[in-house]
Ligand binder design. Structure first.
Ligand code: FAD
Length: 358
């Protein structure tokens, strides 16, 4: 039996990992980019660990530690060190309850969940991605854009841009909802149109490296959020939304005597690194230019579910039950966090493995 997973973000990699552990299933992963991980991007720069996308997961979520144990990297999980968050009022940094800070950032978690803190990996969130890619070596195909899906009897044909194709008994579409919607509509899942409308918020993350003595103020806690209402009353909406003191939040993010900051900005014209540095310089008293900076643009980053989202997804899944061997996974459906994506990749894989066994 042959299974194809479309998309090598965390959901697709986990789906492929789960399928590869079922006996007798030959797995292929098709990914349009040149690297695995999707929005999980970790770079090692001069002894710093730079996160472009997610930088951690809630400590109460067990999906990543469980996966890490399966992959033999369980001991690489690290816990948040510095705790506490502030809010920038436009005039001062004032301590704020962590649950409230998460709410301001649109993180879907209860106050109690956030209170337990976050966890990550020694070398960043790219570590489980790298471990999965290593275990799936030989099944990952890059620069393969899936352009079409056709039902052929009880099997599927996956068409790639450029003309090649793969036949399969089971398919996991581990794509952003808007990309999956097109393929699902083409195989007659009419309700999939609603998935194309799941909004994905744009943002920019900027990592900035400094020598410790360049930072004038003492950095308390793990970072701060910018209160849009307070600042919005004085200026237009603030470009800087939040800042993580990355080198205080998790161990090993910067060499001794250095500080790594990560700013979250609204989508903007101009130079995000310069804007981030200028804003942070005012707030935490930075006295010199950064040693370097690294900018990541997320034109369609985090999905934000609207009213009726769960019902829409349930309807699509209901339709999919009439198309055995086809499943959806990823951030667009049952939770946008990395842990939810791990869960969703596993569930989709189990569903199509059962369908293929019939
Ligand atoms: C800036 C940012 C910060 C975040 N911070 C956190 C955090 O701290 N903690 C947390 O838990 N979550 C966080 N998240 C959310 C979480 O990282 C993502 O929701 C999750 O990683 C998405 O995984 P995925 O596999 O569903 O999708 P993706 O990572 O989007 O993967 C989908 C893959 O499909 C590929 N693809 C698309 N179209 C095609 C095609 N036609 N053919 C083949 N391949 C295709 C893409 O190239 C991509 O590799 C953050 C997200 C962002 C953007």
């Amino acid at each position: 039996m042959k299974a194809v997973v479309v998309g090598a973000g965390i959901a697709g990699l986990v789906a492929a990992w789960e399928l590869s552990r079922h006996g007798g299933i030959d797995v292929t992963v098709l990914e349009v980019e040149r690297r695995p991980g999707g929005v999980i991007v970790t770079e090692q720069v001069d002894g710093f660990v730079v996160e472009g996308g997610p930088d951690g997961f809630l400590a109460g979520e067990l999906e990543l530690p469980e996966l890490a144990n399966e992959l033999g990297i369980g001991e690489r999980v690290v816990s948040q060190r510095a705790r506490g968050t502030a809010v920038w009022t436009g005039k001062a940094l004032e301590p704020i309850e962590e649950g409230r800070a998460a709410q301001l950032l649109g993180i879907e978690a209860t106050g109690a969940e956030v209170k337990a803190g976050f966890r990550s990996f020694m070398n960043g969130m790219g570590e489980p991605v790298a471990a999965l890619a290593q275990r799936l070596n030989g099944t990952l195909c890059f620069t393969q854009e899936v352009a079409g899906l056709v039902r052929q009897g009880s099997r599927w044909r996956v068409a790639i841009t450029g003309g090649s194709a793969h036949d399969a008994d089971g398919i996991v579409l581990a794509l952003p909802a808007y990309a999956a919607a097109r393929l699902l509509e083409s195989v007659g899942v009419a309700d999939a149109r609603v998935l194309a409308q799941v909004p994905y918020a744009a943002s920019v993350t900027v990592s900035l490296a400094y020598r410790a003595e360049q930072i004038g103020n003492r950095l308390d806690g793990a970072g701060f959020v910018v209160d849009a209402n307070v600042v919005g009353a004085q200026h237009a909406a603030p470009l800087l939304r939040a800042c993580t003191y990355a080198s205080q939040k998790f161990p090993g993010r910067a060499p001794d005597g250095h500080v790594l900051l990560r700013a979250y900005l609204a989508p903007m014209d101009g130079d995000p690194a310069q804007t981030a540095h200028a804003e942070l310089a005012k707030i935490i008293g930075i006295r010199a230019e950064p040693l370097w900076s690294r900018v990541f643009h997320w034109n369609r980053g985090l999905p934000r579910y609207g009213a009726g989202h769960a019902e829409h997804v349930a309807k699509v899944r209901q339709r999919l039950s009439g198309l055995p061997g086809l499943a959806i996974a990823g951030a667009g459906y049952d939770g946008a966090g990395v842990s939810a994506c791990v869960r969703s990749g596993r569930q989709a894989a189990r569903l199509i493995a059962r369908a293929m066994a019939r």
